[in-house]
Design a protein around this ligand. Structure first.
Ligand code: SF4
Length: 211
């Protein structure tokens, strides 16, 4: 292993320890392929699985593996009307497993996420029996403020382009604390503790994943 990889391992060990007292279960995988294998091993066959909007779970191949695997996949893409979309999210509340990325993870082990529609942060906070978070090493930041800054100035502008959102960050690549109709930052959520031990499982990956 190189110096950089050694550092990722050491950093992850320290984060996993800090997550323990938050009742999060932390894991470290050197590569995206290892993270995929681990994530799949954490999901019992046959259970219901849903997910938030996340490039990380797509990038490591987890979304495709779940869609094509032996799971009851809750397919959000089938919902067309507003009522159907609400029904799918409601179904997600009772899902066994929720897959997501995170906008940031602090040096103290907190998760920081911004959300527009807010189904993603809602299901991180409450509902599914377990939440599996895929976090590339690029998501690690100093503290909550740095996490919010990262979410709004690194992730949001790219998401705005991906979603064709009419927001200031689309135009300028940085946050203007908008109140636009398409605002992707309706809720800013710090997850600092899980009342249910082990409900939140964070898989840190020693590669840059997502944005
Ligand atoms: S400009 Fe609006 S949508 Fe974009 S990051 Fe800032 S608050 Fe969020």
């Amino acid at each position: 292993m190189g110096y950089k990889e050694d550092n990722y391992l050491n950093l992850s060990r320290s984060l996993i320890k800090k997550m323990e007292r938050r009742n999060f279960e932390g894991y470290y995988c050197k590569t995206a392929a290892e993270a995929l294998e681990l994530a799949l091993s954490l999901i019992p066959r046959g259970v219901s699985v849903t997910h938030g909007g996340s490039e990380s779970i797509k990038e490591i191949g987890l979304l495709d593996a779940v869609k094509n695997g032996d799971f009851e996949y809750i397919d959000r893409s089938l919902a067309k009307t507003q009522q159907e979309k609400r029904a799918v999210v409601a179904q997600g509340v009772l899902a066994h497993t929720f897959l997501t990325g995170t906008n940031a993870i602090t040096m103290d082990g907190e998760l920081v996420n911004v959300d527009g529609i807010s189904n993603r942060v809602a299901l991180i906070c409450f509902g599914p029996e377990q939440v599996i978070v895929i976090a590339g090493i690029n998501k690690v930041v100093a503290n909550v403020d740095a996490g919010i800054y990262r979410a709004q100035n690194t992730a949001a502008p790219v998401n705005a382009i991906r979603l064709s959102a009419k927001t200031p960050c689309y135009d300028t690549g940085s946050c203007a604390q908008c109140h636009a109709a398409d605002c992707m930052c309706a809720n800013i959520v710090t997850t600092r503790h899980s009342r249910i031990p082990g409900r939140i499982k964070v898989i840190l990956v020693g590669e840059n994943i997502g944005y």
